[in-house]
Ligand binder design. Structure first.
Ligand SMILES: O=C([C@H](O)CO)[C@H](O)[C@H](O)COP(=O)(O)O
Length: 213
């Protein structure tokens, strides 16, 4: 199981500072959608250059022009790029084909997919690398969480790795880990804490611990 730090509400210098604090405790650093909107793919490039041993995920939430946008994110140094599960199959196929050419991976974000079980089976058949259940900020504010959805994809996804994101905190991580996703994505649960390094370290211990079935 891997731990991904999501950076959403920072500029590039702040992003570098946070990653520096926690780098030994995470596997992947995510350049979040708001950061890409504010700073462009330059943020991906600068973080990859500053932390070459970490994988960098570009959270582009691609909805169209799959191949082109994957190519641009790869050129900036992204290792993993997000595409929305709600989009059409042709965008996902284009993204997957280009990712293979570039030697990068595709994570499908299932945010706001209505029939999760059916769509997860469909995108799993398209050769994507990760399928991620995700409760976005706006639904988190209404008290929603992605934990039940994680169990759904764990049941139906046969090929891709599974991932989970949306409001995960140190106190809810044990419940998440119990479902054994391949990737746990945490933003505010680390970046909003006073001692980010200590929290990231505790989270790392939880995700690396073997779960007894
Ligand atoms: O993808 C995200 C969100 O849509 C804003 O871009 C976040 O990175 C993701 O939700 C993880 O962050 P937290 O919910 O703060 O853990």
């Amino acid at each position: 199981m891997e731990l991904q730090l999501a950076l959403d509400l920072v500029n590039i210098p702040e992003a570098k500072q946070v990653v520096k604090e926690v780098e030994e405790h995470i596997d992947i650093v995510e350049i979040g959608t708001p950061v890409v909107i504010n700073e462009g793919l330059r943020a991906v490039k600068e973080i990859k250059e500053a932390f070459p041993s970490l994988k960098v995920l570009a959270d582009l939430k691609i909805m169209d022009a799959g191949a082109y946008e994957v190519m641009k994110a790869s050129e900036a140094g992204a290792d993993i790029i997000t595409v929305l599960g709600a989009t059409d199959d042709s965008t996902i196929k284009g993204a997957v084909e280009e990712a293979k050419k570039q030697g990068v991976q595709i994570l499908i974000d299932m945010i706001n997919v209505k029939d999760l079980e059916q769509r997860a089976k469909e995108v799993d058949a398209l050769g994507v690398d990760y399928i991620c259940v995700h409760t976005g900020y706006d639904l988190q504010a209404e008290g929603e969480s992605p934990f039940e959805q994680l169990q759904t994809i764990k049941r139906v996804v046969k090929n891709a790795k599974t991932a989970v994101a949306g409001g995960i905190k140190l106190n809810t991580l044990p419940e998440v880990v119990q479902s054994q996703p391949d990737l746990v994505i945490v933003g505010g649960g680390i970046t909003g804490q006073q001692d980010k390094k200590a929290v990231a370290s505790e989270m790392q211990q939880l995700v690396k611990k073997k779960v007894l079935a």
